[in-house]
Design a protein around this ligand. Structure first.
Ligand code: XMP
Length: 523
């Protein structure tokens, strides 16, 4: 539960583990409604009452309500007098808990499907779908509702789900079998808006301007006259955190930029210039590239690399923080997906794919209290906040860049020479992307220097040089991603430039792996 909720009408989303639950939150916030996602098993009725939501959404999930141990909405939730909307699994558990029936079906529906609208008067469909309409939706279900609970009636059906949309208008309970949160359900956002605005009575007063003012007030209240340090990486999250803090507490803030030597070409200069020239924020520029390179000598295992870098960050920070004086607070650009992901759906620890976010150990070691003003935001909302703070577009729209930097884009051992080769290739790649006007359409694009050498021929001579892999992905949150579909001319042009202009690379390949099964970075 956060303070923001007390200022605005808000909705509670109970998560049953769907891959797309976060999209529900995004759709709601896009229409000005603040909401939070709580795991279904971390919410009892007392806690929900205290949170005072205007309505509740039960998300989809991977389980089957026909399994005896499958999750259920908390006891008593249907007696709170609040409007409730069930999505997919949320529909099925709602039906089951209220006395209806759900069964496995041979007619499974995955992907595009169509619903026939059977009613004109439902507030859920007002202004979007009329009786007789045949509308595209996105389904993903094996089970289906076969008997309605008392008080419910059907407002829409599909081939595989005779109860695709149901309602109990008197109690304001609604449920749909499809996923209105995904873009493939074209009117899904309006359907959520009908629920939040018309049925729950939310005013839609959650704007980024309001968020900014509240965040500033909260920072001032938390920090008082204390000193805050903020680690800057040059990425969007830490930059927006720093600018917001500066607006809130002025020179009580000191930023530390750790130049690890693993940054892209000119990156350090750009970051330092921005913060010194544009914002006049006190900034310590710590150049520790020699130390990082020395400690990474001979390290080729990806996890050892990440852990070594994490440890060095802590050491450098620790040393410098003491010089800032009596700093009591550490500001971090933690985002909402990081907060939610830390609660595993099954209640157990989730598998570590990579040791991300290498400053995680800082507060404990340094005895500092955390200031995390972006904890409630998604990445794209952070960008909107950056614009609200007047930050330059170039900065706000930057692609994400990982804490361990280029170290995880050089599989195998890292050397100064390899870093230099990679920087040059990366610069050309991004130049070409910008020139083609594609930068903003891509979530992240970068070059990877492979520890593989191949034979080539240049001029009349034989070459034996590195392979460079190019990666570009589209994504909404970095959790899942697809490779970017460049045209071949673009790829050919870029590959030729890299091979011609970067000594040390004689072959270029393009990575067409999505996430999953791949990850975005190579290590
Ligand atoms: P993966 O490679 O896990 O990355 O698909 C997902 C997103 O996270 C970024 N990333 C990191 N960011 N510290 C960070 O701050 C890290 O250690 C780290 N590793 C990956 C990655 O660039 C992508 O945007």
């Amino acid at each position: 539960m956060t303070d923001t909720s007390s200022f605005h009408d808000h909705i509670l989303i109970l998560d049953f583990g769907s891959q797309v639950t976060q999209l529900i939150a995004r759709r709601l916030r896009e229409s000005g409604v603040y909401c939070e996602i709580w795991p279904f098993n971390n919410a009892d009725v007392e806690k929900i009452k205290a949170y005072q939501p205007k309505g509740i959404i039960l998300s989809g999930g991977p389980c089957s309500v026909t399994d005896p141990d499958s999750p259920r909405a908390p006891d008593g939730i249907f007696d709170l007098g609040l409007p409730i909307l069930g999505i997919c699994y949320g529909q099925q558990t709602m039906v089951e808990q209220l006395g209806g029936k759900v069964e496995g079906s041979d007619h499974k529906e995955f992907g595009r499907a169509y619903v026939d609208v059977l009613e004109d008067n439902s507030p859920l469909l007002k202004g979007i779908w009329q009786k007789g309409a045949h509308e595209q939706v996105w389904m993903s279900h094996g089970d289906r509702v076969t008997k309605l609970p008392e008080g419910f009636h059907i407002i829409g059906k599909s081939d595989g789900a005779p109860f695709a949309m149901i309602a109990n208008e008197e109690k304001k309970f609604y449920a749909v079998q499809f996923h209105p949160e995904v873009v493939h359900t074209p009117h899904g956002k309006e359907l959520y808006r009908n629920f939040t605005h018309n049925i729950c009575g939310c005013s839609g007063d959650w704007t980024m301007a309001a968020f900014k003012e509240e965040a500033i007030a909260k920072i001032r209240a938390q920090v008082g006259t204390g000193k805050v340090i903020c680690g800057l990486s040059g990425g969007v999250d830490s930059s927006v955190t720093a600018v917001l803090l500066h607006e809130a507490i002025g020179d009580q803030l000191t930023c530390i930029y750790v130049d690890t030597g693993l940054m892209r070409a000119n990156e350090s200069d750009q970051v330092v210039k921005l913060f010194r020239d544009h914002y006049n924020i006190p900034l310590i520029h710590e150049d520790v590239s020699d130390l990082f390179l020395k400690e990474l000598e001979g390290v080729s295992d990806p996890e050892t690399k990440r852990k070594t870098i994490g440890r060095l960050f802590i050491e450098v920070f620790d040393k410098r923080a003491k010089e800032v004086g009596d700093a009591q607070f550490l500001a971090q650009g933690t985002l909402y997906p990081d907060v939610i992901e830390s609660v595993s759906f099954s209640g157990g620890p989730s598998v570590t794919i990579k040791s991300h976010h290498n400053v995680g150990g800082l507060p404990e070691r340094m005895n500092l209290k955390l200031v995390e003003p972006l904890r409630e935001l998604f990445k794209d909302e952070v960008r909107v906040l950056g614009v609200e703070l007047g930050m330059h577009e170039d900065f706000v729209k930057r692609h994400p860049f990982p804490g361990p930097g280029l170290a995880i884009r050089i599989p195998g051992e890292i050397t100064a020479e390899k870093l230099e080769i990679l920087r040059k290739a990366d610069t050309i790649y991004l130049e070409e992307i910008r020139k083609a006007g594609l930068y903003d359409a891509i979530w992240q694009a970068f070059a990877v220097l492979l520890p593989v050498k191949t034979v080539g021929v240049m001029g009349d001579g034989r070459t034996y040089d590195h392979v460079c892999a190019l990666r570009a992905v589209t994504s909404t949150d970095g959790m899942t991603a697809d490779y970017y579909h460049f045209d071949h001319e673009f790829l050919g042009r870029t590959a030729t430039r890299i091979i011609n202009e970067v000594r040390g690379i004689n072959r270029v390949v393009y990575d067409i792996t999505s996430k999953p099964p791949g990850t975005i970075e190579w290590e």
